[in-house]
Write a protein that binds this ligand. Structure first.
Ligand SMILES: C[S@@+](CC[C@H](N)C(=O)[O-])C[C@H]1O[C@@H](n2cnc3c(N)ncnc32)[C@H](O)[C@@H]1O
Length: 179
């Protein structure tokens, strides 16, 4: 595989290649959703959006893809009556599917590229498989540092953080790569 490591796309494609995931969670649908659907046609992709116009746009872009589920889940801050779920939706989706387990180990891959990313990383920690990967776009923002370091294994490639609870990342990149 030949990839550029400066943007999230190369890292995301490579993570799909390495993991061959069957269950993917994303916050912030867009190009990334299509990339994952292309790389992992057999995976189920749950993607969460908090803004109606971008939800509609994501629905339109993915309507031909049977393996992508886009969920509109508004953020709770501001007016609590407006709705909740942006952070908790993956947990609710699992409960609805009757697949809840206390140590969830549900997703092989989580891509965080929406709002409230620190909170998303905390929920991802609870839901990602031991050997799975969590990717964070725009990882160089200082406010994400603490959440990234919550993961025992983490590295930054370009503008993307790669994190894992149990997978050592020392040899994650191929020998030919220059991060
Ligand atoms: C960076 S975007 C998500 C990008 C997506 N993962 C991709 O690869 O294209 C993160 C969030 O910004 C919002 N967003 C998307 N397009 C936008 C735009 N043109 N202007 C403002 N916000 C936007 C959406 O709510 C989206 O969830």
């Amino acid at each position: 595989m030949s990839e550029s490591w400066t943007s999230f796309e190369g890292v995301l494609r490579y993570a799909c290649h390495v993991l061959q995931p069957t269950r993917i969670l994303e916050w912030g649908p867009g190009d990334s959703t299509l990339i994952m659907a292309q790389e992992c046609p057999d995976a189920h992709i749950l993607s969460i959006e908090h803004q109606e116009p971008y939800y509609q746009a994501a629905l339109k872009r993915t309507k031909m893809l049977g393996n992508v589920q886009i969920v509109l889940a508004k953020r709770a801050c501001g007016n609590a009556n407006e709705g909740m779920g942006y952070i908790g939706e993956p947990l609710r989706a699992i409960v609805r599917a009757g697949a809840y387990m206390p140590s969830a180990n549900v997703f092989d891959l989580v891509f965080v590229d929406g709002r409230d990313r620190q909170d998303c990383l905390s929920v991802a920690f609870a839901l990602v498989k031991e050997e799975g990967l969590v990717l964070l776009h725009d990882a160089l923002r200082k406010r994400y540092r603490q959440a990234i370091e919550m993961y025992p294994h983490h590295l930054i490639i370009g503008d993307t953080a790669v994190m894992s609870r149990g997978r050592a990342l020392d040899g994650f990149l191929p020998d030919t790569a220059t991060a």
